[in-house]
Design a protein around this ligand. Structure first.
Ligand code: G3P
Length: 226
């Protein structure tokens, strides 16, 4: 499973790239709104910073013809490793099919059900993005729904992969890693929880203190060897 950053704040993205093994960035209109900056400038800045890594950008139109136009323009502006996020409703599915023969990579988004994912895979989406936590909030099981989607895609021998989104805790992510889900995109807050563990901090502190007791002037191997 690869990890992407579900955030448009460039400082958050730079921080997460520094500390975590991440492979790109996903955005949506709400995330760009939350960032409170010019959305186009923000996306350009993100693309410059992440180089050729995956960047997922959502279209804003609500009818198929205009979605197609946006998709072409976004691909031209942001390059080949840009995934055009298209909501998986009727107009979105129509747009996916219209784009099927163009070299435009599609992430079918706003997926709440296996049926949507199945249809998007038939319409040529590279990724389908189930909203794990939002499905949980509807009283269903987001992790189970995502695994079901993965099984349907595998059984139907499609090339479409799962990009799971909308997480509120690390356990949701880890359960999906166990099933080999291709990608999980996580918010800055969820990344913070991945290694927030007092047991780990205490263990590291104990190692440092024990070694200090050997020789107070030589605390690291650099002091011995450097
Ligand atoms: O990428 C989709 C995702 O951003 C939705 O997440 O946290 O708004 O449910 P959330």
């Amino acid at each position: 499973m690869k990890l992407l950053i579900d955030d448009a704040n460039i400082d958050n993205i730079k921080y997460l790239y520094e500390y975590f093994p991440v492979s790109g960035v996903t955005t949506n209109p709400s995330i760009l709104f939350k960032n409170k900056k010019d959305p186009l400038e923000t996306l350009v800045e993100i693309r410059e910073f992440i180089g050729d890594d995956q960047l997922h950008i959502q279209v804003l139109s609500d009818n198929a013809d205009d979605i197609v136009k946006e998709a072409r323009l976004l691909k031209e502006k942001f390059g080949t490793n840009t995934f055009i996020k298209i909501p998986t409703n009727k107009e979105g599915l129509k747009a996916m099919r219209l784009l099927e023969n163009e070299k435009i990579k599609i992430t079918a988004t706003a997926i709440y059900s296996p049926t949507q994912a199945f249809l998007a895979s038939l319409a040529g989406a590279v990724y389908v993005a189930p909203y794990v936590n939002r499905i949980d909030n509807l009283g269903y099981d987001g992790v189970e729904t995502t695994i079901k989607i993965q099984n349907i895609l595998e059984k139907n021998q499609t090339d479409t992969k799962v990009l799971a989104a909308s997480f509120k805790n690390t356990n949701q992510v880890l359960k999906l890693a166990e099933y080999g889900i291709s990608i999980a995109t996580c918010s800055y807050e969820v990344f913070g929880k991945f290694i927030e563990d007092n047991n780990v901090n205490k263990a590291v502190e104990d190692f440092v203190n024990d070694f200090k007791a050997i020789d107070k002037d030589r605390r690291t191997w650099t002091d011995y060897l450097g």
